[in-house]
Design a protein around this ligand. Sequence first.
Ligand code: SAM
Length: 258
Amino acid sequence: MKFDVITIFPDFFASILEHGLLKRAMASGHAEIELHDLREYTDDKHHTVDDRPFGGGPGMVFKPEPVFRAVEAIRSEAPEQNLRVILLSPQGHLLTQAVAEDLSHAERVVLICGRYEGVDERVAQNLVTDEISIGDFVLSGGELPAAVLMESTVRLLPGVLGNEESSEQDSFAVPAGASAEVRHGLLDCPHYTRPAEFRDLKVPDVLLSGDHEKIRQWRRQRALEKTWRRRPDLLAQVPLSEEDRSWLESLKSAEEQR
Ligand code: SAM
């Protein structure tokens, strides 16, 4: 898949493109990322991308013309491609694993990184297919959100993660074989590594037992417990076995008797 990132700070992406997962995914041909400097789509000698808001008030707003031109230039490169055009915005719908999973099936995704007070509303109304937020907080620009969106999406592309680091066991991963309505899985279980004892803090015995069935059961129960305590909203959407349900019932009644 290809990402086209429209930004006034292309250098911002140097670090994430030179390290880790995105670099690997590009080197192996799974992902392509092209940076577009918004200033190159201006037509004045100062390369102006912003102006004062109509109606007054503080801050500056990205002008519509350079953003439209940038997206139109990208579209003209491959008119047959189905473009997803995403405006990163705190007002967008929340980026979740399900949204990343959906995006991972896209052929080409344009990411528009705002700055200042944001982007002229005509962009959101007439140019973009999605507005996406990475959380209910406000950052100074869309570059970090674009990086978060790209990494969370690219790691779901088949073949990007090796078996060693498969995303199937991760928090939120939809369980294998689940129906299409299931959009999320549980939170992940806790993980431990050597040493088995550190400053009197011991790793649970079951993980050292070598009994694979007991380890599987322990991991499932811990994942259920963490999800129940921290994200009961997710639990309501996940398919549960009889064994899961009876474990959760025993957990709840133990809690009530405390
Ligand atoms: N005035 C805007 C508002 O209150 O909704 C905030 C603008 S913000 C300072 C500047 C840019 O940062 C936005 O246009 C957007 O691209 C990006 N941004 C900030 N917070 C974000 C978030 N939570 N998710 C996605 N993008 C965000």
